[in-house]
Design a binder for this molecule. Structure first.
Ligand code: CTP
Length: 407
């Protein structure tokens, strides 16, 4: 079994500190070993004893802990970690990180690290929106720090807005994503996601039910594996994921145009979007007025984006998605054959639309590969890893790295 990953979990001052206890528990359950370091303010919200009990390890709170034989021993701790995760990260601590200050144990560990740093902001919405915080976040991003969240929602202070720390399960996915092998380094991945909206008139239209969550999760899993990602998204209410180019479209025709414009050099194409199969033949430039008689709408088929990309000579490896309400295996395999694609990911619509979890089966030339029910992030990771295994070796990042020979 692969040796456990090691996370140094930094807890700073904020009400969300209680969620860090749950995060520590989830990490341990996922075979990640956890050491905890707390700032003085963090320890005022949740006692070190809680983390000590959860991790079975002493919790570090001070640079000047006399029970530690070597004052520099603290620095060694940051060297033993595969990643440092600050959750919750207060506005003050983020400012210190952006400045490179080292005036307490946790900020010293961060400055002395030689591993990835992940930061989960948690603060009042005004503090988050403040120009100084936004400047600091931009600085951290430019320094290669991964920012997880924040989410929008009800805050401890009673206000509602952006600044809430992500839930422990979401943080877990982000942290595990950071440990993903970078098998798509140097590769380009194109993803379509969400529904399309085909206008009937200025206010009405035809659309499919799709939250876009699965497509966004696929794009994030590919980015976590080192790919250059372009996400072509239909209308969704999801926040744009960081670390990729997002192209927003509305209709199937616009999605097809954006796909064509982004296709050059693409190695892998995930067609996750629920593209409308038909669009109104004409779009009224005025709101259609109601009348007592029946109305017939003339519809024309939209272009099948996936089938077109799959038929291109020297095109990318294509992965389709099939949401079916019945006969999952038969319909999915028939769709895979019809669209001439090597891999299709199938699920039952009733179990997936809008949900945070999904249960899918992957079909390829070698048969059916069920992926157990899990968060969409986990399922996306399994789907991307399966597609990587089907890629010709020359397209796989790990296989094309030059081998350095000893001279
Ligand atoms: N797809 C596409 N363009 C379309 C329709 C579908 O690229 N105009 C892609 C979807 O992104 C998905 C796959 O084709 O990857 C299957 O979509 P689905 O709607 O399930 O299949 P259809 O071919 O439309 O068949 P049906 O609606 O009859 O099930």
């Amino acid at each position: 079994m692969a040796s456990a990953r090691r996370v140094l979990l930094g807890v700073t001052g904020g009400v969300a500190a209680y969620k860090a206890a749950e995060l520590a528990r989830l990490l341990i359950r996922n075979n990640v070993s956890v050491r905890v370091a707390m700032t003085e303010a963090g320890a005022r919200f949740v006692g070190p004893a809680t983390f000590q009990a959860l991790t079975g390890q002493p919790v570090m709170t001070s640079l000047w802990d006399e029970s530690v034989p070597n004052a520099m021993g603290h620095i060694a701790l940051s060297r033993e970690a595969d990643a440092i995760v600050i959750a919750p990260a207060s506005a003050n601590f983020i400012a210190k990180l952006a400045q490179g200050l080292a005036d307490d144990l946790l900020s010293t560990l961060c400055l002395a690290r030689n591993c990835p740093l992940l930061v989960a902001p948690a603060m009042n919405r005004e503090m988050w929106d403040n120009a100084a915080t936004q400047r600091n976040i931009e600085q951290l991003r430019a320094d290669g720090v991964a920012i997880l969240g924040p989410a929008r929602g009800e805050q401890a202070c009673g206000e509602t807005g952006l600044g809430r720390m992500l839930e422990p399960q979401e943080l877990l996915e982000g942290i595990l994503g950071a440990f993903a092998p970078r098998v798509l380094e140097g590769r380009k991945v194109l993803v379509t996601a969400g529904p399309t909206f085909e206008a009937i008139d200025t206010v009405r239209g035809i659309t499919n039910r799709s939250s876009g969550k699965m497509g966004y999760a696929i794009a994030e899993a590919a980015a976590a594996r080192g790919a250059e990602v372009v996400l072509v998204s239909g209308p969704t209410s999801l926040a744009e994921p960081a670390g990729m180019r997002v192209v927003r479209v509305t209709s199937a025709a616009q999605m097809w145009k954006a796909v064509q414009e982004s296709l050059s050099g693409t190695d892998l194409f995930f067609s996750v979007a629920a593209v409308a199969d038909y669009a109104p033949a004409t779009v009224s430039s005025r709101k259609i007025k109601k009348s007592a008689s029946a109305m017939t709408l003339a519809l024309e088929p939209t272009i099948d984006i996936l089938a077109h990309v799959a038929s291109m000579p020297h095109g990318p490896l294509c992965v389709g998605f099939a949401a079916e309400s019945e006969n999952l295996a038969d319909y999915a395999q028939a769709k895979r054959a019809r669209k001439k694609i090597p891999m299709i990911v199938a699920n039952l619509v009733q179990s997936a639309v809008g949900a945070d979890e999904n249960e899918v089966t992957i079909y390829d030339d070698s048969g059916a590969h069920p992926v157990p029910k899990a968060t969409k992030a986990r399922v996306a990771a399994a789907v991307v890893d399966h597609a990587v295994r089907l890629m010709p070796a020359k397209r796989r990042g790990a296989a094309v790295r030059p081998i350095r020979r000893a001279s």
